[in-house]
Design a binder for this molecule. Structure first.
Ligand SMILES: Cc1cc2nc3c(=O)[nH]c(=O)nc-3n(C[C@H](O)[C@H](O)[C@H](O)COP(=O)(O)OP(=O)(O)OC[C@H]3O[C@@H](n4cnc5c(N)ncnc54)[C@H](O)[C@@H]3O)c2cc1C
Length: 415
């Protein structure tokens, strides 16, 4: 931690240097090129949390409720993300993906997904037979599937690094290792207390991921949701395996916003299986053994978390069991690729999803923003927020521009 020197006054401060915070800073910098803008993060690097620990899939926009922010910003974000990567020489593999129904009972949901994807304007979606599935994925087993040719893979940490470089080049100050620990509105400004001193800003956008609710509370907000961390654990597929070529997903359980354990190809050429969705005992609990008593107690005090547990305890225990038992994890994968064996699965990494939960115990499905006159809080930005990040940034900048009466013609998002 550096000396407590302070940073002076900013026109705009963004809290959080994950892909969403960086994209918000980018859109605001385009809109207000003469403003002094700072991005603050408690970590010493950008993309230290969700942005650097995910599946790396540029989602096409199939799953999301038509008209929702997720649906609109994902479909728009895909185009922007692919264009950004092309401009910056960041490798993208348009490998496509299949969503596979393995049982008759899943077929109606598969058809609904196709309908959703088409309504959302996802290009090229096609229902395919089991024979066509085998042409794309010779070892996958299913009775019907959706083929999404536009789904792609990328390294979102590389995207974040490129965004950070662009921001620095445009004069935006990245204040890393400066965690927000307090703040308040005072004299028409927001006072920001950080671990490296105090700063002031006329406008603040918080994009704090796993600490989104906590950061909102630090700035005097009473957020209507609390973040519940769900760890996603991966296995790496044995190098040289030939069971998976691209991305193979199951038909998801409609009760949860998670996509179910699946197979993914990484842009590095490796293959992974996962992620599951295990309740984590710490917000940044990347391993099962990581327990943060204070955060656990805070979660248990929240009525929404208790209701969630009461409603879904069976699923939560099942996920925990699958986290502990490689065989159980492998059984879930065998539904998609019957030949996969526990020996094919090597230890992999993990990520923790920041999922907002409402007081009634429901998982907040859509992206959630809270727009106040001086502070905008991003309270829920789970998957596909990495895919949609550039569109989310422009959307937030357009909302702020409308509120502040700034012209916003440089943005592609229309409010
Ligand atoms: C396992 C997993 C798989 C996923 N797969 C995909 C995928 O394939 N495709 C996709 O589109 N999305 C995927 N996602 C979702 C995606 O990673 C997130 O939606 C996205 O990264 C959110 O970005 P963010 O900037 O909001 O959050 P983060 O990347 O978590 O950034 C938040 C930042 O805020 C900082 N911060 C927190 N508190 C403070 C504080 N007090 N002061 C200063 N800074 C603070 C943190 O250090 C962090 O850097 C996945 C997520 C996970 C976990």
């Amino acid at each position: 931690m550096g000396a407590s020197v302070g940073f002076g006054r900013y026109d705009i401060a963004v809290i959080g240097a994950g892909i969403v915070g960086l994209a918000v800073a980018r859109a605001l910098q385009k809109l207000r090129p003469h403003d002094r803008i700072g991005v603050f993060d408690k970590e010493s690097t950008v993309a230290a949390h969700q942005t650097g620990h995910n599946s790396g899939v540029i989602h096409a926009g199939i799953y999301y409720k038509p008209g929702s922010l997720k649906a609109r910003l994902c479909v728009q974000g895909v185009r922007q993300m692919k264009a950004f990567c092309a401009e910056h020489g960041i490798p993208v593999d348009e490998c496509g993906k299949v969503i596979v129904a393995t049982h008759e009972s899943e077929v109606p949901r598969l058809h609904l997904l196709l309908q959703r994807g088409n309504e959302n304007g996802v290009p090229g979606l096609r229902l395919i037979t089991s024979e066509e599935l085998r042409e794309i994925e010779p070892h996958a087993s299913g009775i019907q599937a959706i083929h999404s040719p536009g789904t792609a893979i990328v390294n979102f940490a590389a995207v974040a690094a490129a965004l950070a470089n662009d921001l620095r080049a445009a004069g935006v100050e990245l204040q890393l290792g400066a965690g927000l620990i307090g703040g308040k509105e005072e004299g028409g400004e927001v006072v920001l207390e950080t671990t490296r001193g105090t700063s002031r800003a006329k406008l603040v956008v918080t994009c704090a991921g796993l600490y989104a609710d906590r950061v909102a509370r630090l700035l005097g907000e009473q957020p209507p949701v609390q973040i519940v961390p769900f760890r996603g654990e991966y296995y790496q597929l044995r190098p040289g395996q030939n069971l998976v070529r691209t991305l193979i997903y199951p038909v998801p359980d409609p009760r949860f916003p998670f996509l179910g354990v699946h197979f993914t190809k990484r842009i590095s050429g490796e293959y992974e299986a996962g992620p599951n969705a295990v309740l984590a005992f710490a917000r940044e609990g990347y391993r099962l053994t990581q327990v943060h008593i204070g955060e656990l107690a805070e979660a248990l005090r929240f009525s929404g978390f208790r209701r969630l547990l009461i409603r879904h305890w069976r699923t939560a225990l099942g996920e925990l069991y699958r986290s502990l038992s490689k065989r159980a994890f492998c059984r879930a994968l065998q539904k998609l690729v019957p030949e996969i064996q526990p020996e094919d699965l090597l230890p992999g990494g993990s990520g923790v999803r920041a999922q907002a939960v409402a007081k009634d115990g429901s998982l907040v499905d859509d992206f959630l923003l809270l727009l106040r006159p001086r502070i905008v809080h991003v309270l829920n930005a789970p998957s596909p927020a990495a895919t949609a990040s550039l569109a989310i940034g422009e959307y937030i900048a357009a909302q702020i521009a409308a509120q502040q009466g700034w012209p916003s013609s440089t943005l592609t998002t229309a409010g």
